[in-house]
Design a protein around this ligand. Structure first.
Ligand SMILES: C[S@@+](CC[C@H](N)C(=O)[O-])C[C@H]1O[C@@H](n2cnc3c(N)ncnc32)[C@H](O)[C@@H]1O
Length: 223
């Protein structure tokens, strides 16, 4: 299987066009967090250029991030004015202790990994019991449409090329089914509180169809 996008080469470009183009997802995502995050330790998985961490830091959270791209980590440290602890690391091996965070979150990042199970295990490990796990990912339906061939197989894991931001940016990512996110592991360890799916203007239209571009899950680690 070909490798998903490496963000190192594109970090600056992604960062400059991201803010205006992802507004809807960002607003919905941010509305899932308390306005007052004082005394909360928050980890962003795939924090990218750190804009979300900056927002959460302004709401009072102690913010931490990981990202596989060293260029993104550099940008994130700049954007958070060194108030955040950000490490170059992978979702599957989170470099923080057990039961450390009140909130683990992620936006438009987890779908870049082929397998959710090791990520959910890490989230379950680093999150305190009762802590929040909030994530937004590219929707399996848009990934299905992006397979672009006939007949398509929803269940077959493939690497797709996706044009986002009016074609200004191309990413490659593995496809997922809905049941990979709401998996039996997830249901065993997390209580589902909010499920949202929405269209997003910045994703390329596929044959003029309207479809959910992202899904958001808000959950709590079970006691
Ligand atoms: C589309 S960007 C989203 C960044 C940010 N969350 C946002 O909303 O703008 C995805 C980010 O996830 C990071 N990433 C992808 N796969 C990763 C992995 N397995 N471990 C850590 N970071 C990863 C990429 O380097 C990139 O910065």
């Amino acid at each position: 299987m070909e490798q998903p996008t490496k963000y190192d080469l594109h970090a600056e470009k992604y960062s400059t066009i991201f803010l205006e183009k992802n507004q809807k997802a960002t607003d919905i995502y941010h509305s899932q967090f308390d306005l007052d995050l004082a005394n909360k330790k928050l980890l962003d998985l795939g924090c990218g250029d750190g804009h979300d961490l900056n927002t959460f830091s302004k709401r009072g959270a102690s913010v931490y991030g990981i990202d596989a791209s060293s260029s993104m980590v550099t940008l994130a440290l700049q954007h958070t004015e060194n108030k955040a602890e950000i490490k170059e690391a992978y979702f599957e091996n989170v470099p923080f202790p057990d039961n450390f965070f009140d909130i683990v979150c992620s936006k438009y990042a987890l779908q870049a990994s082929p397998d959710m199970q090791p990520i959910f295990q890490e989230v379950n490990r680093v999150l305190k019991p009762g802590g929040s796990f909030i994530f937004l990912v590219g929707h399996p339906i848009y990934q299905f449409l992006e397979k672009r061939k006939h007949p398509k197989d929803y269940f077959l894991k493939e690497i797709i090329d996706v044009k986002i931001f009016d074609g200004q940016f191309e990413i490659r990512e593995p496809t997922h089914t809905l049941s990979e996110y709401i998996s039996s592991y997830f249901i065993r360890h997390f209580e589902l509180n909010v499920y949202i799916e929405e269209a997003e203007d910045s994703i390329e239209r596929i044959n003029g169809d309207i479809y959910p571009a992202f899904l958001l899950i808000k959950s709590k680690k079970k006691f």
